[in-house]
Design a protein around this ligand. Structure first.
Ligand SMILES: Nc1ncnc2c1ncn2[C@@H]1O[C@H](COP(=O)(O)OP(=O)(O)OP(=O)(O)O)[C@@H](O)[C@H]1O
Length: 266
């Protein structure tokens, strides 16, 4: 079920960047088996920004790992029409011995891009994340927020470059990328991410615990049930502002609490 909060839904682009059909994932065997996901169906349109919301342990990270092809589903299908997705985690996980610029350049180098083109692209990406002046610094010389900006530029480098040079829509998978940052830095980076998303047209699947963050960033918020995870409800939240945004946060928060308490009571 997809509910609309506020203004009518913007028609999503045709086709899909990601299609999950009946995705199951279990870990372990027999009595120790844990079912993390039980039949997830989800489409993400090219260029769409989708936030995945759910209680702790409901399988959000598992789902991102499956989309990123870092793990295989136990059953079901995952179809991507994009270039290889880029993943960004809570911690920037930069190479500490490389400069910020070299970290951003690395995926381009690994993809076989020539030196001159690589340097130009790296410069553009650092400018996009407003770090043009910090390319020569190493990760330990940067603040947490700056490190996440470098990680974002690096993710965009790998998301927007295809090995065969063919133009394909890109996909960015983000697993609570701002949750370790202080509130002010998080707020700034959320705004930056929206600006960059609009500039690049990449599809984004963004995992968060935070309803406010999901409503601020997403065009669509998808709520997963507590473990095992599957989609229980979706809301179109595109372009909400002011009181409409506050109301949407209230509605989704209430539903999230219901989902968590029904699981606790089971
Ligand atoms: N490699 C693994 N082996 C065994 N169990 C796992 C593995 N990965 C995840 N799980 C289990 O699958 C369930 C879902 O985990 P997952 O990390 O996807 O949840 P999550 O929604 O991302 O949690 P959080 O919001 O706390 O980060 C959990 O019960 C977890 O313990």
């Amino acid at each position: 079920m997809t509910a609309t909060l506020g203004r009518p839904p913007v028609e999503p682009a045709t086709g899909h960047a990601v299609r999950l059909s009946g995705v199951h994932k279990s870990f372990g065997q027999g009595r120790d088996a844990v079912t993390a996901l039980a039949g997830v169906d989800l489409d993400v349109a090219p260029g769409e920004f989708v936030c995945l919301l759910g209680a702790s342990g409901c399988g959000k990270t598992t789902l991102l790992n499956l989309i990123a092809n870092l793990d295989r589903p136990s059953a079901g299908e995952i179809e991507l029409t994009t270039s290889r997705p880029a993943v960004m985690f809570q911690e920037a996980a930069l190479m500490p011995w490389l400069t910020a610029a070299a970290n951003v350049e690395l995926p381009l180098k690994l993809a076989g891009m020539g030196r001159a083109e690589r340097k130009t692209r790296t410069g553009e990406l650092l400018e996009l994340v407003r770090l043009s002046g910090a390319g020569a610094k190493r990760p330990h010389e940067l603040s947490g927020g700056m490190r996440q900006r470098v990680a974002l530029a690096r993710a965009l480098a790998s998301a927007t470059h295809t090995e065969d040079g063919e133009e394909r829509p890109s996909l960015l998978l983000m697993d609570e990328p701002f949750s370790a940052l202080d509130a002010i830095t998080r707020d700034v980076l959320q705004a930056e991410l929206l600006r960059i998303w609009e500039a690049t047209g990449t599809a984004v699947v963004f995992v968060t615990h935070d309803v406010r963050e999901a409503v601020r960033l997403g065009q669509r918020v998808v709520l997963l049930s507590s473990r095992p995870g599957k989609v229980v409800q979706q809301w179109r939240v595109d372009g909400l502002a002011g009181q409409d945004e506050v109301n949407a946060v209230d509605v989704i928060n209430r539903r999230l609490r219901e989902v968590i308490s029904s699981h606790a009571a089971a």
